[in-house]
Design a protein around this ligand. Structure first.
Ligand code: ATP
Length: 853
């Protein structure tokens, strides 16, 4: 059915698109079905700790110990609910990210080239792909120029394959070189990608390195908790306590000492962090990137569209032996003027520009109030400039293109061969002046012209202009492409300006402050690169500019690399990594994909970049703005710091519970806490406040510290704080209990209340202070837990459930005063270790805290 589709070169009409979409549906693969809630509950219940609790439930049921049974049931229900809800929220965040990262396609509809989400394509659409585009659906080629495809996504074969007219391109393959126009044959599940979708969707979800490490940590902690609980059990039994009761106490203690909500906290922190980043235009394609971001030490950035606006405009056309013209106009609007007015030579150069470009301009329409580029913005700027010189893109119809050598980033030039309506053929070549004018280049010029062109191009480059040389010549017979690029007279030079982004200098300063070295790697001229680098504060005036083929010296990276081919970028990244750097790299071209994959964090441009680059990247910048990388790094650091914060909180609390049970019998408190009480405290402390800690804002100095080492253990530097805080909670709780016992009061309930409140105090002390932002969820969680803890001694049903005794208001206030001590000490320690603003940014903090990301 599909081959009979009409090939109308103006594309489908809007009405046809609507009808075809009705018939064929959207060009999307059905999302893998998420596991059912029941399946998710099943996974939670298989957690080893929950299994232990289920076993404990059986023991309590056998002993007819109803109160312990109820508390255990409560803990299981709460844990499972928190786990399932967190997983659902995390999944939802990840799905939203996936929607945002959806690719676009260039399609001709109603005679106009437009860019639409690839999901909007329908069979019959006329699409165009260029180097770097991912083929958005199965397409039959109707026009192709030097087209080669990388089909490795489907076939696993890494060699590119040449394709021509009437060939079929499969959805999901990547255009490596050349370009093509084709008719969409099949979309969605009927396309090649749909046929292999089963393979793709069947892949298991992978854990991030941090998640894997934490699973390891969880096992160690569980083993330690089991061993210590066994000691508690033995000591109790030896001292004559009932075996069943001690067994239950030991089981409860094991459960309480292990931060069982850790995996849930981490998953949620990563997924919600990624979601937050997306709201600030940084779309995370792979979740592990969130944690790697925090340890980035070098940011290799390209220039156009990242440091600069990527809004090119031609300022001047310079011709040999000619005064040249200044070009005036707004944006990409082809209406405008030149001073002086264009003469025949200027118009001939403008026509050459029109004939040697693939981009198009689209007029304002509907919501769009400005002229917009379709295709390479630089080429669009050339078209706009040509318009201002009085040359219309319709010239392309008068001079049909018969052959071409497309632009490629290694040769840095592009050549077209056109049939001249006056007879013969016209060859036009445009590209980097050094390539065109250099030895063996296509330009034929006398020494004077050559010297003028080189000096002029260098001067413009030093002022930050991007400079192109344009050459054109006549041939009587149609030349073969390789012969075409020879003996072409130089028409002139084009000086394009691409303003530096307003936010770039601040972003560069932010990276410097955060101990991250930004470096510039560009294909542009060294002088242009140096000028832009200097303007954004990336390099000092006169800094060394390494050229792409310079020897890479280990340990001494340059800050600016110019005339670098995409292949060379890979070498530079690898050299940096050998020196121990954790490298984030921005890229936009199809050839950047290998380097993007190789970098620790590949960053692609969401607007300007190619689809191939986006698919190779870990992070996509929806606004193409370098400052967004700084935001993402900050978010990565924040998440890591919050996970460490949670660990300090949960482990110090767990340690205190174990220590109390171990030490109690030796100081006259035979059974310090009943099993139900241990489980209750565990439930109210670990559950909500623990999860809420993950939502703490970024500390003020988070981006004024050096990056953490990539190999830093998650607990690095935290053992001290955990031990101190754990010991303090233990000491205050035991001291309060011993004192009450001497006074003849309800010592066990006092211990129970102090232990719970002390942990909540620590949660508040660990929060990030002085940012002006408040994580209200922590206040709410602590408030709720506080109410539950007081309810446990004040509400009769809870009292009988937990075996507590009523406390007077005075006793509760006394408990609160004592319980504040560990939190207060934690708060003061954190304050002391916070670096003062006067300290050098690279100086390590004196004492480790959770904030050391
Ligand atoms: P940046 O870091 O600024 O993004 P890049 O590394 O992407 O630059 P390229 O786009 O590969 O650089 O361009 C390298 C050189 O090739 C440019 O300086 C220019 O001289 C030339 N060039 C770029 N685009 C074209 C084109 N469409 N036609 C001809 N020459 C081009």
């Amino acid at each position: 059915m599909t081959t009979t589709l009409p090939t109308v070169m103006s594309g489908l009409t809007a009405a046809e698109v609507v009808a075809l979409r009705e018939e064929h549906g959207r060009n999307e693969l059905p999302a893998a079905r998420p596991p059912s809630t029941l399946a998710r509950i099943g996974v939670q219940l298989r957690d080893p700790l929950i299994v232990v609790l289920l076993a404990a439930m059986v023991v309590t049921a056998a002993l007819k110990d109803v109160s312990d049974l109820v508390v255990i049931l409560l803990v299981i229900v709460l844990n499972t609910t928190v786990g399932v809800v967190q997983e659902l929220r995390a999944d939802r965040a990840v799905a939203a990210l996936r929607r945002m990262a959806a690719p676009c396609a260039r399609v001709r509809r109603d005679g106009v080239d437009v860019s639409v989400p690839a999901g909007d394509l329908v069979p019959g659409d006329l699409v165009r792909v260029e180097a770097g585009d991912v083929v958005p659906a199965d397409v039959r080629v109707v026009e192709a120029v030097r087209l080669a495809l990388d089909e490795s996504a489907l076939t696993g074969e890494s060699m590119t394959v040449a394709r021509g007219v009437d060939d079929e391109l499969s959805a999901g393959t990547v255009t490596a070189t050349g370009r093509a126009t084709g008719v969409v044959l099949r979309t969605g599940t009927h396309s090649a990608l749909g046929r292999i979708a089963a393979l793709v969707s069947g892949q298991p979800r992978r854990q991030t390195p941090l998640q894997r490490r934490l699973v390891g940590l969880g096992k160690v902690l569980a083993a330690a908790a089991v061993a210590l609980s066994a000691v508690v059990f033995l000591v109790g039994v030896l001292r004559g306590q009932p075996v069943a009761e001690m067994l239950l106490a030991a089981v409860s203690l094991t459960v309480a000492a292990v931060p069982e909500s850790l995996p849930a906290v981490v998953t949620l922190a990563l997924a919600l962090g990624a979601h937050r980043m997306a709201r600030r235009s940084a779309i995370v394609r792979r979740l592990p990137a969130v944690e790697t971001l925090g340890s980035v030490t070098v940011l290799a950035t390209d220039k156009t569209g990242t440091l600069t606006e990527g809004l090119m405009s031609v300022e001047r056309l310079l011709l040999p032996g000619h005064p040249g013209v200044a070009v005036h106009g707004a944006g990409y609007d082809p209406a405008g003027t030149t001073t002086p007015a264009p003469d025949a030579a200027v118009r001939a150069m403008a026509r050459a520009l029109v004939l040697c470009t693939d981009a198009d301009l689209v007029a304002p329409d509907g919501d769009r109030t400005q002229w917009a580029p379709v295709g390479d913005p630089m080429e669009a700027a050339l078209l706009a400039a040509a318009g201002r010189c009085g040359v219309d893109p319709a010239e392309r119809q008068r001079f049909p293109r018969v052959d071409e050598v497309p632009f490629d980033a290694d040769r840095r030039r592009m050549t077209t061969v056109l049939a001249d309506p006056d007879g013969g053929y016209l060859v036009v070549c445009k590209g980097a002046p050094d390539g065109l004018l250099g030895p063996g280049g296509p330009v034929d010029a006398d020494d004077g012209t050559r010297a003028w062109a080189t000096a002029t191009a260098d001067g413009l480059a030093a002022d930050g202009y991007r400079v192109l040389a344009v050459a054109a010549g006549h041939r009587a017979a149609r030349p073969r492409p390789e012969e075409a690029e020879r003996d072409l007279p130089l028409l002139g030079l084009v000086a394009l300006i691409d303003p530096v982004r307003d936010a770039a200098p601040d972003a560069v300063a932010a990276f410097h402050a955060a101990g991250i070295q930004p470096i510039l790697i560009t294909g542009d001229h060294p002088a242009t690169a140096a000028a832009v680098a200097e303007r954004v504060g990336l390099a000092a005036p006169g800094a060394r500019v390494a050229l792409g083929d310079d020897q890479l010296t280990p340990g001494a990276p340059a800050v600016v690399y110019a005339r670098t081919s995409p292949e060379r970028k890979l070498d530079i990244i690898e050299a940096l990594q050998r020196d121990g750097a954790v490298v984030a790299m921005t890229g936009d071209g199809v050839n950047d994909a290998p380097a993007l994959r190789r970098a620790d964090i590949g960053v692609a441009m969401g607007r300007g970049g190619t689809e191939a680059a986006r698919q190779a990247a870990d992070l996509v910048l929806a606004d193409d703005n370098l400052a967004t990388v700084a935001t993402a790094v900050r978010e990565g650091r924040r998440i890591y710091a919050n996970i460490r914060r949670f660990l300090v909180y949960a482990l110090s609390g767990g340690a205190a519970e174990v220590l109390i049970m171990l030490a109690g019998p030796w100081i006259g408190l035979p059974v310090p806490l009943l099993p139900a009480q241990i489980l209750w405290i565990n439930m109210i402390t670990h559950g909500l406040p623990g999860v809420a800690l993950g939502g703490e804002p970024a500390g003020r100095d988070l981006m004024r510290r050096p990056p953490r080492r990539a190999d830093q253990a998650i607990l690095d530097g935290l053992i001290g704080p955990i031990a101190v805080t754990g010991a303090l909670i233990t000491a205050t709780a035991l001291a309060a209990a011993v004192w009450t016992r001497h006074a003849g009061g309800p010592w066990q309930s006092v211990l129970f209340v102090v232990l719970g409140l002390a942990q909540l105090g620590v949660a508040l002390a660990l929060r990030v202070h002085g940012t002006g932002q408040r994580n209200w969820s922590l206040d709410a969680a602590v408030g709720l837990s506080l109410a539950l803890q007081l309810g446990a001694v004040w509400l009769p049903p809870l009292r009988s459930l937990l075996g507590t005794e009523p406390l007077t208001l005075a006793q509760v206030l006394g408990c609160a005063a004592v319980a504040a001590v560990p939190g207060l000490v934690t708060y003061l320690r954190a304050r002391r270790s916070r670096p003062s603003p006067t300290r050098s940014p690279a100086a390590p903090p004196e004492a480790a805290t959770a904030d050391d990301h």
